[in-house]
Design a protein around this ligand. Structure first.
Ligand SMILES: Cc1ncc(C[n+]2csc(CCOP(=O)(O)OP(=O)(O)O)c2C)c(N)n1
Ligand SMILES: [Mg+2]
Length: 383
């Protein structure tokens, strides 16, 4: 559907008739919504002129809540020393990965940094495999060899989970090039943080992606901090959507705490990159409630600042309010759903914990695509 704002942006109607058109469309939408609310099967939420039916809204809500509860459980297991190594949670940022998944298509490619649990779950990764990976178990999504930072799934077109800040950006460039070369119609969604965007390789990637008009959406998760460093202490230009200007890469600035807004804007961005217009940067304004990783007490920011985001802008509470207002659910339904999800997460963590650790021989698997016959294990070195 072509929206009145699109018509305006393209200058195809005068501003007077555009405002008439916008008003008519708004009234029409209200009327459609009113008539729909009398028919239970057509309940839903309209955002930015796009209608999300009950099933879609519930799916987005349940996935965000699932990721929240899943990561809280991961935090507990880390505290009990059952999860080793690093563990970066995305509490507060759930609307970004879930909204991007909604605006993308399953055949599109995703890659991100080490804060990757939400992304693989939103992509449809098996939660028991993700939990088993965190716990270093044999049934983990990469067989217990990667842990928190290295979720990966070819089946779900998810190229990591990458531990080196910014490393996924040249990788995303390669995926975008492959799609352009094969003309396969896929988009690449290459996520990075507000810290990662200062890496030199990011700008080489912007330049090449723009020059070759590759179908890449660079999603910047601006959670305002890179470890303990606030954005304005490390960046001269804090409006990250402008970082592509020198390379003719346009940018969008999006409220990353609003899952429907994220979904709408990502659908537009996808349309842009897959129609041969070249890459785009989408800056998502978001916030992580916890420290950088489980070992960070986050003393570099005030409690008031965290509360302002958590209490005032939480993406799950916000969607819940919209759902209640639209008559999709009531408080009791939401309580029941939360209980159900917590039970699911508990069952998943029990099943993952019950798995054995990977066999030592697994160390030699997946090192090379075509292992050299007889080369591994090195005789006498590793048992
Ligand atoms: C090349 C490199 N330099 C430094 C680090 C250490 N390090 C890990 S995370 C991080 C901050 C990145 O912040 P940001 O990109 O904003 O992502 P966020 O953690 O906020 O999701 C740094 C400096 C690293 N992993 N890789
Ligand atoms: Mg950050």
């Amino acid at each position: 559907m072509r929206r009145s704002s699109d018509l305006l942006a393209r200058g195809s109607v005068s501003s007077k008739s555009a405002s008439f058109l916008a008003t008519t469309l708004r009234l029409l939408r209200m009327e459609v919504f009113r008539s729909m609310t009398t028919d239970q099967s057509n309940l839903g939420v309209t955002h930015g002129g796009i209608f999300y039916d009950q099933q879609e809204v519930m799916k987005l809500h349940d996935m965000m809540l699932f990721i929240r509860r899943f990561e809280e459980k991961a935090g507990q297991l880390y505290g009990l020393r059952k999860i080793g190594g690093f563990c970066h949670l995305c509490n507060g940022q759930e609307a970004v990965c879930v909204g991007v998944e909604q605006g993308a298509k399953s055949q599109d490619y995703f890659m991100t940094g080490y804060r990757d649990h939400g992304h693989i779950l939103a992509r449809g990764g098996d939660p028991t495999e993700v939990m088993a990976e965190l716990l270093g178990r044999a049934g983990g999504i990469v067989h217990g060899k990667g842990g928190s930072m290295h979720m990966f799934s070819a089946e779900h077109n998810f190229a990591g989970g990458n531990g080196i800040v910014g490393e996924q950006v040249p990788i995303g460039l390669g995926f975008g090039f492959a799609s352009w070369y094969r003309n396969d119609g896929r988009a690449t969604f290459c996520f990075m943080g507000d810290g990662a965007i200062n890496q030199g390789a990011v700008y080489e990637s912007f330049n090449m992606a723009s020059l070759w008009k590759l179908p890449i959406v660079f999603v910047v998760e601006n959670n305002q901090y890179a470890m303990g460093t606030a954005l304005n202490r490390a960046s001269a230009e804090t409006h990250l959507y402008k970082r592509g200007i020198s390379f003719k890469v346009p940018g969008m600035h999006v409220d990353g705490m609003d899952v429907l807004e994220v979904a709408n804007k990502i659908a537009e961005a996808r349309q842009h990159v897959t129609s041969g217009e070249g890459p785009i940067i989408v800056e998502m304004m978001t916030y992580r409630y916890r420290g950088h990783s489980m070992s960070d007490p986050a003393t570099y920011r005030s409690r008031e600042e965290v509360d302002e985001w958590r209490a005032g802008r939480d993406p799950i509470a916000r969607l819940q309010q919209q759902m209640v207002d639209a008559g999709l659910v009531d408080a009791a339904d939401l309580k029941r759903k939360d209980k159900e999800i917590k039970q699911q997460v508990n069952a998943i963590s029990k099943a993952a914990e019950a798995q054995p650790e990977p066999d030592a021989a697994e160390l030699w698997q997946h090192v090379y695509g075509n292992p050299i016959e007889g080369a591994y294990p090195y005789p006498g070195k590793v048992g």
